[in-house]
Design a protein around this ligand. Structure first.
Ligand code: PEP
Ligand code: MN
Length: 294
């Protein structure tokens, strides 16, 4: 792909985020968890932190199924100003308690530079959401926060623009960046967003950074999440970000696309074969999708 003159031209100005053959892939360490080393790391949990009971139940279920990172928004960027905006600092405290309880690492969104130090006190991975991909002041601030960053593709952003944003974080001193394809706006309305599955191999060809896929925000409906997750595993993604809720019908946000615990477990069991095939492994050699749980 990088030999294609179109891509060479488009990415030639990107230095640390773009691949030079002398460089090695970026491997992101989160405690004892490793992302970008060929393993498949699943991050799962509710769209938003709602209560201790909701978060703890979900954390236990996703850990049991093989997830290594608990997701959950405390600060929520909502399309409507009248929708639930998140529990804020209280949500961060619940996430930290859930980490203590389960051993899962925490990924949670930070929406503005003023909240970077607060979120960094609780999060293991700082999520920069789709709507913030071009918030350069936030990107600079997470560049010096001392935590790995999960950078989501803007819903109308090209891949070179995603890499430019990654470059801002890297240039601000933080090379620990995980890219996330979460679907883009197209003329198609059958899904909430259009999952650009080609983004995974393209980003892997032209950059050194790990790439994960968020099938939940791409699909918008839970029935499509497992099949999109399979596609992500098959094209060599480094992992997933998936929404899971104890009772999706009652979720305060994104219930339609949230998996139940049983559906999540089933998806994880099914994914193993696709992860193994894409990595050339023997399916029987792994008992868990997650790295290090063989
Ligand atoms: C989320 O992960 O809950 C979220 C708001 O995602 P995105 O930024 O991709 O819309
Ligand atoms: Mn969501």
């Amino acid at each position: 792909m990088i030999a294609n003159p179109h891509w060479n031209g488009q990415f030639s100005s990107l230095e640390s985020a773009a691949k030079s053959h002398a460089r090695r892939p970026t491997i992101v360490h989160v405690g004892d968890l490793v992302i970008g080393d060929g393993s498949f790391v699943v991050m799962a949990g509710p769209c938003a932190v709602e209560s201790e009971a909701q978060l703890f139940r979900t954390a236990e279920a996703v850990a049991e199924a093989g997830a290594r990172v608990l997701r959950g928004g405390a600060f929520k960027p909502r399309s409507s100003p009248y929708s639930f905006q998140g529990l804020g600092a209280e949500g961060l405290k619940l996430l930290a308690k859930a980490r203590e309880h389960t051993g899962l690492a925490i990924v949670t969104e930070v929406m503005c530079r003023e909240e970077v130090s607060l979120v960094a006190e609780y999060a293991d991975i700082m999520q920069v959401g789709s709507r913030s991909m071009e918030n350069y002041s936030l990107l600079e601030a997470v560049g010096s926060c001392g935590r790995p960053v999960l950078l989501k593709r803007g819903m109308t952003a090209r891949l070179d623009e995603l890499l430019s944003s990654a470059q801002v974080i890297a240039d601000s001193g933080n090379p620990d960046i995980i890219l996330c394809e979460r679907g883009i706006r197209t003329f198609e309305t059958a899904t909430r967003n259009t999952l650009d599955i080609a983004a995974v191999p393209v980003l892997k060809a032209v950059s050194d950074l790990p790439v994960i896929v968020d099938p939940s925000h791409a699909a918008g409906v839970r029935s499509l999440v497992p099949v999109l997750a399979r596609a992500a595993a098959a094209v060599g993604a480094d992992g997933l970000l998936v929404e899971v809720h104890p009772d999706p019908a009652k979720a305060w946000s994104d219930g339609m696309q949230s998996l139940t615990f049983d559906q999540f477990q089933e998806m994880m069991d099914d994914l193993r074969q696709y992860v193994c095939v894409s990595r050339g492994d023997d399916v029987r050699a792994r008992t868990s999708v997650a790295a290090g749980r063989a």
